[in-house]
Design a protein around this ligand. Sequence first.
Ligand SMILES: Cc1cc2nc3c(=O)[nH]c(=O)nc-3n(C[C@H](O)[C@H](O)[C@H](O)COP(=O)(O)OP(=O)(O)OC[C@H]3O[C@@H](n4cnc5c(N)ncnc54)[C@H](O)[C@@H]3O)c2cc1C
Length: 405
Amino acid sequence: MAATKPVIVIGAGPVGLCLTLALAQEGVPVTIVETVSDENFLDQVPRAGSNHPSTLEFFNKIGLYERLVPRGIVAPKFLYWDRQESTLIAEFDHIHLKNDTKFPFVLQCERIKIIEEALAMAKAHPLVTVRMSTTFTGFSQNADGVIAHVTNEDGEPETISGSYLVSAEGARSVARRELELEFEGFTYPERTLNIEVAYDFKKHGFTERNYISDPVEYSNLFHWKGPPDRWRIHFPTDPNEDEAKLTNPKALQARLKGFLPIDGDYDICGFNLYPVHQRVAKKFRVGRVILVGDSAHVNSPIGGMGLNSGVHDAFNLADKLSRLLRGDAEEAELDRYDRQRRHIAIKHTQAQTMRNKRLLEERDPAVRKRNHDELRKSAEDPALARKFLLRASLLESLREAEQIE
Ligand SMILES: Cc1cc2nc3c(=O)[nH]c(=O)nc-3n(C[C@H](O)[C@H](O)[C@H](O)COP(=O)(O)OP(=O)(O)OC[C@H]3O[C@@H](n4cnc5c(N)ncnc54)[C@H](O)[C@@H]3O)c2cc1C
């Protein structure tokens, strides 16, 4: 390995940690910088993690898959429902991908479990230096390398030098701001309300992953492994209502009971209200600074693609950076990373998540009927189902990226 200076990865989220492990396993030294302390690392707001087959293949490559399986739920199927008619529209089974992937299912395993396991692996790797409680504040770069400016665990300013700097800092990336890169796109006016409940929705016919279309109040319902087992349900909210009104206990119960009436109250384990953005950075690479994951692109969670496509960025980049640092590839490979992953962020992740939202919220009865008929037809025909699932599982996006020179 030509480079002795480490690659500096900012952010120990799922994307930064996957990149770190993939690089280290290729013999590249990495320093990973995370603002959160070890003590608070597992207190982060729980975010979902529907890990698609394409992502499971990557997790498997770095030995992470086997650590996640016991902590998650294997979900081969997902369902589309029509809330207005109280009917099941279509059932998709990943078994149609059995010749396309070793993992014909989704693994429901939340972000917090992924980062807990991946951080433990990173700390155990001799080529990885983990700097917790350390906040990245800026950088400088020249032809030979990059200097990261951080505030360290003692609250002191410090510099870390490296060969490249990868911003896996999430949506509020300091690097993207310092590079003055536009985060092109928009934010939906309505925020999403996420409520977590300990209640067995399976007895009502739901499976681990459900998309529920409704012209008034569409939703998604997903199952997560406990103890206690929880189900997470998302609803759109009125942009004019304030947070306190939307999230008081009575309002949460009313919303859940409107979705599915039960005797007594739901056992609510948690909730959050968050804005939904569709944005992509103007560039994913400027010199020795490269953006991955939410730092490069953010999207609506309908379809569970943010974490997945971020992890795909990480593996795409790890392959190119490790070859480059070994002397087996040219610097231009990093521009190919930009071309491939930016294309996928715009043409696949953004396009698909917007389409998913439109499908669920459609108001026009004729269009709704046409959409539902198409879903039914796709689910019932094995060739069409496979085509649908190749897209939903992001396998198609990986194949398309490979074609981009
Ligand atoms: C409610 C919800 C549900 C979701 N469900 C899904 C789903 O089912 N499937 C899916 O694919 N995606 C889902 N997503 C999106 C997914 O959570 C994100 O796309 C994913 O976490 C992005 O990973 P990341 O590593 O790029 O960034 P993050 O997960 O945001 O991690 C960034 C890390 O960087 C650290 N950091 C930030 N700034 C600094 C700094 N200055 N210095 C040092 N460290 C810093 C942060 O502390 C954090 O640890 C969901 C999102 C939400 C909000």
